[in-house]
Design a binder for this molecule. Structure first.
Ligand code: PEP
Ligand code: MG
Length: 756
């Protein structure tokens, strides 16, 4: 670059002056392009802005024909400018016209310019436009020039994101891309339609000062912030204070590695050398990382880029002194919370009544925050790729937790349609509520037991609200997951007693800790495993670390004094495991007796059927246990060898596949033959069509999320189970895939006037 590093610094300073002068947005843009062209000794400088209709519009130019401003547009898949916006990467060419993507626009008069340097105008990893300089002579642009142009583009990004250029767009284009109406497809997680405004779980750090007065001072600021950052990571690692959710040792190791990463630090230094403040430099480099992240498909590299993004965030907080506050305080009305990922405890910090919805960029349907969101009845969608780069605080947004649709900055028509959808759902919920006190009995008089799944104290009011006959699955690990430290025996006993008290005469089935796999307790050391779902989890941990399971048994026995106690064991693979756990429970009962402590009136110990090996030992299983509860979420995962956490495969197999249903049918049959109760508590039970299939196989007891109780009860009350059983018998004999079975059940429901 001519003039070394002085050029970009002078340019930035001049740009700052232009930004503070009173002028219209167009005048300001016109001055900016002249300044850049002069500073970079280029004949041409042009600004293209991405518009809502997926085109790029020429907003200002020095050097090209001015008549073309607000006339020339190109599609995103067109020309060099389109290429830069699409790829969100700079491009330098000494012979632009022979590049395959070059697209000639006669009205601009650009045919005489051979060299071309263009950079994306980035914000949050998204290209809001493209900034271009051109030269008549064939020349090679240096790295420094490219860097300088990218820095300059930040100023334009601020102008665009601030809405300053909104009024300039050619009529009919829908404005700039930052105001674009967008529809996205995400993964449905928790039912319901949410209409509201974006609240970012981790608010962005506002950077007020882009341009540095003294670059050397900025370098010193950056270096000392980096030092503090490294020291704080070291402290965290050394103190063993790994109690913050997510801050596990391996994450910190990676952080430490990045904080010392020469390439990253070098890029930060370069950005400061072009005249940015330290915080603006961090944002610049972070924006590049985000752009790479949006393009990256390799999960490992994505994870590393996320780490780098997190690190940049920490550095920004360090530099600006912004506190690490979450948005939980001062939540506006109608908030739709948008987070990259989030732990269950963080969600509980928000005021439930103001939350209209939750969007997770990464978390899927079986993540813990998803379980809590469902329990709280917050409409939720997950795996919303790239959403954090597309929304700003306050943007209007609609989410549909049933279909997974997200509407960002929706048009009035779309908003009206969703509002109607929300009203319809609310009306249907009213109808379901009316069923609350009606019995779950089929038309031909067969009673069905419908209980609910729970995992937190806040779930329990749902017992009254839904009319559930009990808690068929209490996931005790969720209580543990939201606790700041491992609850001791006494604290556990208190919690369990409160739960039993609230449930009153309704039974509660406590599942012992189902930790391990993806369910990590923040205060326990995480074990690295190749296949965590197949690893050291649930009852396996309980048997290998008896103190944990014994304490839980002891607390449960104490809590249920004089009452019935129901306990079930998760992830049991062999009867020996059940027997070993039962022996442990008996020892605890014996101990209590010796100490003269009163015990429960009766203790029922059941087993969760989640591992297929038990299917081949069913006779012995039924003879040994007090009851069986089928966890279809895990049973599906293991039967079809399809990771329930992996969106690529989790929905690949239908639980209505005849092979799966035949296995379930045998369990129902053995329960009838032995008289030992069986229930089903996986997600499958809560879906009306699946519930029909299960009723048709002979199941009469279910446990499900509270929001599913109304729809399933309506189905139960609307059918003749005798007919349904005959239908399923015939279907199971003749079907070889799930499609026909599902269609048949849908038709069966329709013929009985059941809608869902
Ligand atoms: C299941 O696996 O079906 C189940 C109910 O347990 P969880 O979803 O908690 O693993
Ligand atoms: Mg399970």
């Amino acid at each position: 670059m001519r003039g070394g590093l002085v050029g970009p610094r002078v340019l930035l300073r001049r740009l700052r002056e232009v930004m503070s002068e009173p002028a219209s947005a167009q005048e300001r843009l016109d001055r900016i392009v002249v300044l850049i062209a002069n500073n970079m000794v280029a004949e041409v400088c042009s600004v293209y802005v991405a518009r809502a209709d997926n085109t790029l519009e020429l907003y200002a130019t020095e050097g090209l024909n001015r008549e073309a401003v607000h006339l020339t547009t190109m599609r995103l898949d067109e020309g060099l400018v389109g290429l830069i916006a699409r790829e969100a990467q700079p491009l330098a060419l000494s012979d632009a016209q022979h590049h395959p993507a070059f697209s000639y626009r006669p009205e601009t008069g650009e045919e005489i310019y051979a060299s071309f340097l263009g950079v994306p105008i980035l914000r949050g990893g998204n290209a809001l436009g493209v900034l271009v300089v051109q030269n008549r002579a064939a020349r090679v642009y240096s790295e420094e020039e490219m860097e300088a142009l990218q820095t300059t583009a930040m100023v334009l990004a601020e102008m665009i994101a601030g809405g300053e250029l909104e009024a300039l767009a050619r009529p009919g284009s829908g404005g700039t891309v930052v105001r674009r109406t967008l529809a996205m497809q995400a993964q449905p997680i928790a039912e319901g339609v949410g209409l509201g405004h974006v609240v970012l779980h981790e608010p962005r750090v506002e950077i007020k000062n882009l341009v540095a007065d003294d670059p050397d001072a900025e370098l010193v600021r950056l270096n000392s912030a980096l030092e503090l950052l490294r020291a704080s990571i070291d402290d965290l690692m050394d103190s063993g204070g790994l109690s913050h959710a997510g801050e596990h040792r391996d994450v910190l190791e990676t952080f430490r590695m990045f904080a010392q990463d020469r390439g990253w630090v070098r890029r930060l230094h370069e950005a400061i050398n072009t005249g940015l403040t330290a915080e603006a430099a961090v944002e610049r480099v972070q924006s590049d990382v985000r752009a790479r992240l949006l393009r990256q498909t390799d999960p490992y590299l994505r994870e590393r880029l996320h780490d780098l993004d997190d690190l940049a965030n920490r550095l920004l907080h360090q530099l600006t002194g912004a506190a690490f506050t979450l948005a939980a305080e001062n939540l506006p009305e109608n908030a739709i919370l948008v987070a990259r990922a989030m732990g269950p405890a963080a969600l509980l910090e928000y005021q439930r009544l103001k939350l209209r919805g939750l969007v997770l960029e990464e978390g899927g349907a079986t993540s813990h925050v998803a379980i809590v969101a469902r329990a709280l009845g917050i409409p939720t969608v997950g795996k919303a790729e790239g959403i954090l780069g597309l929304v700003e605080t306050g943007d209007a947004i609609i989410i549909d937790g049933h279909s997974g649709e997200i509407q960002i900055r929706p048009s009035q028509d779309v908003e009206a349609a969703y509002a109607e959808r929300a009203r319809l759902r609310a009306r249907r919920q009213e109808q379901y509520r009316a069923l609350r006190d009606k019995p779950a009995v089929t038309k031909d008089g067969v009673a069905v037991d419908i209980q609910m799944n729970a995992g937190l104290l806040v779930d329990l009011p749902n017992l009254d609200e839904t009319g559930a006959s009990g808690v068929g699955l209490f996931r005790t690990e969720i209580l543990f997951m939201v606790a700041p430290s491992l609850p001791r025996a006494q604290a556990q006993e208190g919690l369990y007693r409160t739960i039993i008290d609230i449930a009153g005469r309704r039974p509660v089935t406590f599942r012992t800790l189902d930790i391990g796999g993806d369910k990590v307790l923040p205060y326990l050391r995480k074990i690295d495993e190749e296949n965590p779902a197949l690893g050291w989890r649930a009852v396996r941990i309980g048997l290998d670390r008896p103190a944990l399971l014994r304490t839980q048994f002891r607390a449960l026995l104490g809590a249920a004094k004089g009452r019935d106690l129901r306990i079930m064991l998760p992830m049991v693979a062999t009867l020996e495991e059940f027997e070993a756990a039962k022996a442990m429970l008996n020892r605890e009962r014996e101990r209590a007796r010796k100490l003269g402590q009163a015990g429960p009136k009766q203790v029922h110990l059941g087993i969760m059927l989640e591992v297929p090996s038990l299917l081949f030992d069913l006779e012995r299983v039924f003879a040994a246990v007090d009851f069986v509860s089928i966890g279809t979420n895990d049973l599906m995962q293991f039967m079809f060898a399809a990771d329930r956490e992996n969106a690529l495969v989790s929905a690949r197999f239908d639980p209505l596949h005849p092979s799966f249903l035949r296995a379930l049918s045998r369990v129902a049959m053995l329960s009838r033959e032995t008289g030992r109760p069986v229930s089903l508590c996986g997600e499958m039970a809560g879906k009306p069509i699946e519930a029909l299939a299960l009723l048709g196989l002979g199941f009469r007891s279910f446990s499900m999320s509270p929001s599913n109780i109304g729809p399933v009860k309506a189905f139960v009350r609307g059918i003749e189970v005798g007919k349904l059983e005959a239908f399923m018998r015939e279907k199971l004999e003749t079907s070889f895939d799930s499609a026909g079975l599902r269609a048949g059940l849908v038709a069966f429901a329709a013929a009985n006037d059941l809608s869902f």
